[in-house]
Design a binder for this molecule. Structure first.
Ligand code: NDP
Length: 298
């Protein structure tokens, strides 16, 4: 069996960010418009803090306006709703992202629904999900957008290919399947009730794993020559016993990486794969939102 090649998220995300930065320069020069992204973080989850900081840095690096609202864990739902309303009304902000998870006393569905759909850069609103479903332009969740860029850069035309998406969340699985369908793939969506999942995934020329189960997809679940997009990000104890005993952890995907590399043609690594594309596509979505809000895009 051969050795797959890696789809390098670092290289492709840098390309997206460069394109975004060029777009921002043009928008400022030709329309006096500086896209702005607001990220709201409630509580002090260390993982979320790292994400939020990195999003803020990348937003500024792309030449955009960046606002980070860090709120204490005790923030009430009403207070958070009023901050969302404030950002909805702020003309310098074109994208709003509330970092999940929020503390248990806050209803994430209610918060998400309060965000102006035109500023919903996570693409989670019913408005944007509906536009995607019927094939109209809108804001599409960043992870599937980034995964599609990886597929197009690697395979070119996707027409007619068989694609299996494992996972059916509103954030990843469903929009991923919609985008693959729009690209004329023959799409299967698998989930926790799918019978004989390995037999289903073995059909896939394109296999997308968005499950949240560390290394669930084994080598013999993968069709030889397939392209594997591993969306999963799972924190597990370090594989080195001493480090694990000291509480050290590592991040792995939903795919057993070494096994996949022995069977597939192309595999995205974790870390260094889809995660980097997600943040880059968040910047891209903010630019899209700024253009649409100012009548510069459909
Ligand atoms: P969810 O928990 O919302 O959805 C998981 C999906 O996987 C569900 O549809 C579920 O099926 C399915 N599933 C669970 N167990 C199995 C199983 N044993 N066999 C088959 N299907 C199963 O997760 P998300 O979609 O939000 O995220 C998925 C993964 O991607 C996570 O690891 C997350 O951390 C990661 N992620 C990574 C991002 C990135 O930037 N790289 C961004 C977003 C998420 P059912 O519907 O039947 O319950």
């Amino acid at each position: 069996m051969g050795q797959a090649q890696i789809i390098d998220g670092k290289v492709l995300a840098a390309k997206v960010r460069d394109r975004v930065a060029e777009d921002v320069i043009t928008l400022k020069r030709d329309h006096g418009l500086q896209p702005g992204l607001a990220v709201v973080l409630v509580g002090d989850d260390p993982g979320s803090e790292i994400y939020v900081r990195s999003k803020g840095v990348q937003t500024l690096e792309a030449g955009m306006h960046s606002v980070t609202r860090k709120l204490p864990a005790e923030t009430t739902q009403a207070e958070l709703l009023s901050i969302v309303a404030e950002l909805n009304a702020d003309p310098t902000i074109h994208g709003i992202l509330v970092q999940f998870p929020v503390p248990p006393h806050i209803d994430p569905v209610l918060i998400q629904a309060a965000i102006d759909p035109n500023k919903d850069v996570d693409g989670l609103s019913v408005f944007n999900a509906g536009r995607l479903a019927v094939g109209l332009p809108g804001l599409v969740p960043c992870t599937p957008v980034g995964s599609m860029i990886m597929l197009r850069e690697t395979l070119g035309d996707l027409r007619g290919r068989s694609a299996v998406v494992v996972g059916r969340s509103n954030l990843v699985g469903k929009p991923m399947a919609q985008l693959l369908l729009q690209a004329d793939c023959t799409v299967t969506i698998a989930h926790s009730r799918t019978r004989d999942l390995p037999a289903v995934t073995r059909q896939a020329e394109i296999l997308v794993a968005a499950v949240g189960r560390p290394e669930m997809v084994r080598g013999d679940w993968i069709r030889p020559g397939a392209t594997v997009i591993d969306v999963g990000m799972n924190r597990i104890p370090s594989r080195r016993p001493k480090a694990a005993a000291a509480g050290k952890t590592i991040v792995v995907g939903d795919v057993a990486f070494d096994e996949a590399m022995a069977v597939a043609d192309w595999v995205t690594p974790v870390p260094g794969g889809v995660g980097l594309m997600t943040v880059a596509c968040l910047l891209q979505n903010t630019v899209t939102a700024a253009k649409r809000l100012n009548g510069l895009a459909a």
